[in-house]
Design a protein around this ligand. Structure first.
Ligand SMILES: Nc1ncnc2c1ncn2[C@@H]1O[C@H](COP(=O)(O)OP(=O)(O)O)[C@@H](O)[C@H]1O
Ligand SMILES: [Mg+2]
Length: 295
């Protein structure tokens, strides 16, 4: 369903460049329900926005459901967003209309694409446990109920893939459990691929697979369908405690810049300046040899 290789996203403003994704690799099978976990600022939202067609990648490969998101045209992107992706955010105020009922809110995107299907809208609301509340106006619903309406909306275009950015970020534990249950049901019943982005390590146990992202790089798939997945493992991976992280790919961008893992730099004592040797085959980077006192 999803295949990213060496995915790079650089945000450029006047004179600052932020490399939010620096060569990320990720593969997600169709029908999987997985989580991407990482600390704040690690590039999770950037990745999700690219997968959702809300933002454009800078370089690398990103293929979703047969679409090449690097080369896709603007018109195709509209079609892609309409037919392939459903999106759930932490704060859903941006796609809910407070003075319409829950049902009307779910019907709205259907109306916009000319495919109104009231029976399906009702079914979706039933799925998310709002059968008895569907004729209530949005502002009469609790935060958790509104979040469930948002999930129903995200499914209204019958997407193949659901992307959720911190979907349980602003709700209590019981609502969070409920939301994860709904995702699981949707995944099982409709076969929709689900990618949940979160910094909440406790969600890890509720998905099939967890991939950690650190500094815009996937720390390889450190937990692959691991039945013994626990918080310590996830935390370890996030903090660089697992072996695999030392095998992270290093990406060389178009102008030849690459980022060397901090652990490597520290291990050989490189600080601010390095010496480089090329023997025709390998490039060796090491601490400067004869620059004592010249830091
Ligand atoms: N529109 C933007 N312009 C400039 N920098 C951005 C933009 N969006 C995100 N960033 C930067 O990219 C990095 C990753 O951000 P983000 O993807 O939001 O992380 P996360 O969702 O994991 O917290 C951060 O350093 C952030 O400041
Ligand atoms: Mg984010």
């Amino acid at each position: 369903m999803i295949h990213c290789e060496g995915l790079v996203k650089i945000f450029k403003s006047d004179d600052i460049e932020v490399v939010a994704l620096q060569g990320l690799n990720l593969t997600v099978e169709q029908g999987e329900m997985m989580a991407i976990i990482g600390n704040s600022g690690s590039g999770k939202s950037t990745l999700l926005n690219i997968l959702g067609g809300l933002d454009r990648p800078s370089a690398g490969q990103v293929n979703v459901g047969g679409w090449d998101l690097l080369k896709i045209s603007d018109d195709q992107l509209v079609e892609y967003k309409r037919n392939t992706v459903g999106f759930v955010w932490q704060n859903n105020a941006r796609n809910l209309l407070p003075y319409l009922t829950a049902l009307e809110n779910v019907e709205m995107p259907m109306l916009l694409t000319g495919k109104l299907d009231r029976a399906y809208a009702k079914q979706l609301l039933e799925w998310v446990g709002l059968k008895d509340r569907m004729h209530n106006k949005l502002h009469q619903l609790s935060g958790g109920e509104q979040q469930r309406v948002a999930i129903a909306i995200s499914l209204s275009n019958r997407p193949k893939m659901l992307l959720a950015d911190e979907p349980t970020g602003s709700v209590d534990t019981s609502t969070s459990d409920q939301i994860m249950k709904i995702f699981r049901e949707v995944n099982r019943e409709l076969g929709i691929t689900i990618v949940i982005v979160t910094h909440d390590l406790t969600l890890a146990s509720k998905v099939d697979r967890v991939v950690a992202i650190r500094d815009g790089l996937t720390s390889t798939e450190f937990v692959k369908r691991n039945p013994n997945l626990d918080l310590a493992t996830v935390e370890g991976a996030l903090n660089g405690g697992l072996q695999e992280i030392h095998e992270a790919f290093v990406v060389v961008d178009r102008v030849g810049r690459l980022q060397v893992p901090k652990e490597y730099l520290e291990a050989v004592g490189i600080d601010g300046r390095a010496s480089m040797e090329f023997d025709g085959e390998r490039i060796v980077i090491m601490a400067p040899k004869s620059l004592e006192g010249d830091k």
